[in-house]
Ligand binder design. Structure first.
Ligand SMILES: Cc1cc2nc3c(=O)[nH]c(=O)nc-3n(C[C@H](O)[C@H](O)[C@H](O)COP(=O)(O)O)c2cc1C
Length: 328
C-alpha cells in the first residue's frame, strides 16, 4: 500500500501530472473519473499567492470528488515559500507539493523550480521551512539533476527525505534536457532501490500507453506512476493503465462518440469554471488528444482552433462526429 503520510493510495497509484493551463479543476475531475488515483493542481507562484493575485488563488480551488489532491507551489524565496505553503494549507488540500523541477526560463532565471537543483542546501532549507510550517504532508517533484554532468538525484532524494517530505516524484530528465530526448528511468530505479529511502518514489516521464506504464512499474519498482502529456485530451489513459496493470487487460481505445461526449463534458465544466473566452482559448491544446486516430482530423483542426463562439465549436464537433469515422 502506497501512502503519503496517512493518505492511503492503494497499490501503485496513477498520478495526474501537474500541468500549467491543463490540469485545472474541470480536466482533473475528468481524469479522476477515469482512474487517476492522485491529483495535483497546476503550479502556483508563491509570490502571487502572497500578493493574493486572483488568478493564482483560483488555481487552489478543487472539488470534494478530487480528493486526495495536493496544491503545488513554486518560488525562489524560502520565506515566501513558507508563507505560501500556509496559504495553500488554508485551502484544505490533502498535501502540499513543492516544485523543484520546472525548467521554464521565466521561473528558473528568478531562482525557482529547477534552479533549486543548482543549490541543494537552499532546496533543503526551503523544504524544511515548509515542512515545519504546515501540518499537512509535504511532497516534492523534481528532475534527475541540473544537467548531464550533475545527475545527483540520489543525493537530492535522500536530503529531501531527511528534510521531511513524505513522497518524491522524479521526472527522468535533467533541467538541461527540458522536454527533449527520452526520459531515463534508470536513476529513478536507483533511488527506489536505495535502502535509505523510506518514502514512496513516484516515476514520471514518457508514459504514453498502458504497456509502457506496466513495464516501468515492473522494471523500476516505483510506488506510483505519474502521467502528464499523454493524458492531455486522453483521460482514458488512466483507465487503460489501471486495467492492464491490475488485470492484464488491454482495453480498446474509446469510441469517437465517447470521446466527443467527454469533450463536451469538459467544455461544459470549463465554461462554468472560467467562462467562454478562456475556454475557447485553453481548450485548443486538447483537441489533438480528443480526436486522436480520427481520419482526416487535420482538415477540422484549424476550424476548431479558430472558433470564436461555443456555438460554432459545438457545430464543428458535431460535424466531425457525423463525417469522420475513427481509423480502425
Ligand atoms: C504544458 C505543461 C505544463 C507543465 N506544468 C507543470 C507544472 O505546473 N508543475 C510541474 O511540476 N510540472 C509541470 N509540467 C511537467 C509535467 O508534470 C511532467 O513532469 C512532464 O510533462 C513529464 O511527464 P510526461 O512525459 O508524462 O508528460 C508541465 C508539463 C507540460 C507539458
Amino acid at each position: 500500500m502506497t501512502k503519503i503520510g496517512h493518505i492511503e493510495l492503494g497499490d501503485c497509484p496513477l498520478i495526474m501530472a501537474p500541468m500549467e493551463d491543463v490540469t485545472d479543476m474541470p480536466f482533473r475531475s475528468i481524469c479522476k473519473q477515469f482512474g487517476a488515483g492522485l491529483l495535483v493542481t497546476e503550479f502556483i507562484s508563491s509570490e502571487a499567492l502572497i500578493r493574493e493575485a486572483e488568478k493564482s488563488s483560483l488555481k487552489m480551488r478543487f472539488g470534494p470528488e478530487e480528493r486526495p489532491i495536493g496544491i503545488q507551489i513554486f518560488g525562489e524565496s524560502v520565506e515566501n515559500m513558507r508563507k505560501a505553503a500556509l496559504i495553500a494549507e488554508s485551502a484544505q488540500p490533502d498535501f502540499i507539493d513543492l516544485n523543484f523541477g520546472c525548467p521554464v526560463k521565466k521561473v528558473v532565471m528568478k531562482g525557482g523550480g529547477a534552479a533549486l537543483l543548482n543549490d541543494l542546501p537552499k532546496m533543503v532549507r526551503m523544504t524544511e521551512a515548509v515542512v515545519n510550517a504546515v501540518k499537512l504532508p509535504v511532497t516534492a517533484k523534481t528532475r534527475l539533476g541540473w544537467d548531464d554532468a550533475n545527475r545527483n538525484i540520489l543525493e537530492i532524494a535522500e536530503r529531501l527525505q531527511d528534510a521531511g517530505i513524505r513522497a518524491i516524484t522524479i521526472h527522468g530528465r535533467t533541467r538541461a534536457q527540458l522536454y527533449g530526448g527520452t526520459a531515463d528511468w534508470t536513476l529513478i530505479g536507483k533511488v527506489k532501490e536505495n535502502p535509505r529511502m523510506q518514502i514512496p518514489v513516484f516515476g514520471n516521464g514518457d508514459i504514453t500507453s498502458a504497456v509502457i506504464a506496466k513495464e516501468m512499474k515492473d522494471r523500476y519498482g516505483v510506488d506510483g506512476l505519474m502521467i502528464g502529456r499523454a493524458a492531455v485530451g486522453n483521460p482514458w489513459i488512466f483507465r487503460e493503465c489501471k486495467a492492464y496493470i491490475e488485470r492484464g487487460e488491454l482495453l480498446p481505445p474509446p469510441s469517437l462518440s465517447e470521446r466527443i461526449d467527454i469533450l463536451r463534458l469538459h467544455l461544459e465544466r470549463s465554461i462554468e469554471y472560467k467562462g467562454e473566452f478562456y475556454t475557447l482559448l485553453e481548450m485548443r491544446k486538447f483537441y489533438s488528444g480528443y480526436f486522436k486516430g480520427v481520419a482526416d482530423f487535420k482538415k477540422h483542426r484549424m476550424r476548431l482552433m479558430t472558433a470564436d463562439s461555443m456555438e460554432e465549436l459545438i457545430g464543428i464537433i458535431e460535424e466531425i462526429k457525423i463525417s469522420a469515422p475513427p481509423v480502425p
